[in-house]
Design a protein around this ligand. Sequence first.
Ligand code: EPZ
Length: 417
Amino acid sequence: MKIIEIEGQKELTGTIRVSGAKNATVALIPAAILTDETATICNVPEITDTDALCDILEELNVTTKRASESIIIDPTDMVNKEISEEHSRKLRASYYFMGALLGKYKRAEMHFPGGCSIGARPIDLHLKGFEALGAKVTNDKNKYIVEAEELKGANIYLDFASVGATINIMLAAVKATGTTIIDNAAKEPEIVNIATFLNNMGARITGAGTSTIKIKGVEELHSCFHEVIPDRIEAGSYIIMGALCGKKLKIDNIIPEHLDSLISKLEEMGVELNIGRDYMEVSKPEKYNATNIKTAVYPGFPTDLQQPFTVLLTQSEGKSKVLETIWENRFMHVPYLNNLGADITVKNQTATIIGPRQLKGRTVVATDLRAGAAMVAAGLAAKGKTTITNVEHILRGYEQIVEKLNNVGAKLTLKEI
Ligand code: EPZ
């Protein structure tokens, strides 16, 4: 197991460069197999989720070449076969191979995906979408076979604006005959990035970034070059750390518009921000005002920043509330924050935080990816030494987190025990 030790209360100053977005990359890599030619994707983060997807490509006999921050994917000799349970379960995003293989071969065989245990995480909306396009889904325990004689464009209404279902249906529909319309589609910036990639390959998708996406099926897709957008959640995590311990900490290579809801909340709390075209400077204020947040689909407050943001609320004066509306099990960080000295109670998907409370270093667990980022934020703010266990969760989504933070004055040590 890997652990991170943090000596807290160091001032963070200097520049952190944000990497390519994990949640775009993990869909772009499976999407690349839709062409028979090579696709080059740059600004790819070096995280273990990227490695896990490359293992699946290898299983399908797809060649990958990785150079600094880019990946060339060559599916010339690809074979369509079952994706093993081991590989399917390594991460959530393995499920994008369902849409991509179905779109390309009209058949996908894989197992229920893995990922953070932040809720039941059903895939019914993905499967309903595939069925609407004409596919038949066979499910035996954890194994799924999705196949179609022909994929035909359809009108699909999503009961919930699911990120995964929107992307998976786009992947399955790009080569279908006729036109597919996804209504109540998710609007996250990652969806726009994936639609742009597919359009660069010759797809005909319009409306990505709005709640109605239209996909006119095409026969062939061709090679292309594409850049992953900056990771708004990684950026937001470091901005929150800067609000806790920063002195003019610069978070560089960001798209500030993707962070509007976080910016509003930070300003409400009295955090000083200097926002540039593609960067933000953040400093710790004298005191923080209490506030309330409610997680929501984009452009609402992102659930993926809820856990690190809760750490900031432990430092604000008075009572703050956090309502989690997306995932039913995303408060696993709370007992560990309380261990460090926070005063948080959770009832009915709402955390009530009384602050300010001085956090004191102890041993805590990264129960999932963003809970792990919350533990790092807490460790940076806490007095003394914090030890975080199970940091494999953090390394799935934060490229070089230890190096990036140490470069701006933090004191983190990554150890294998
Ligand atoms: C994506 O997960 C992200 N993961 C998550 O990021 C993020 O928390 C989430 O979107 C919401 O923004 C990736 O992009 C790989 P959803 P996804 O489908 O696609 C329900 C992180 O920390 N739902 O939008 O799985 C579901 O249970 C991660 O980086 C169904 O009921 O999320 C949830 O309540 C974790 N049936 C809600 O919709 C379905 O078929 C949102 O899920 C699909 C989803």
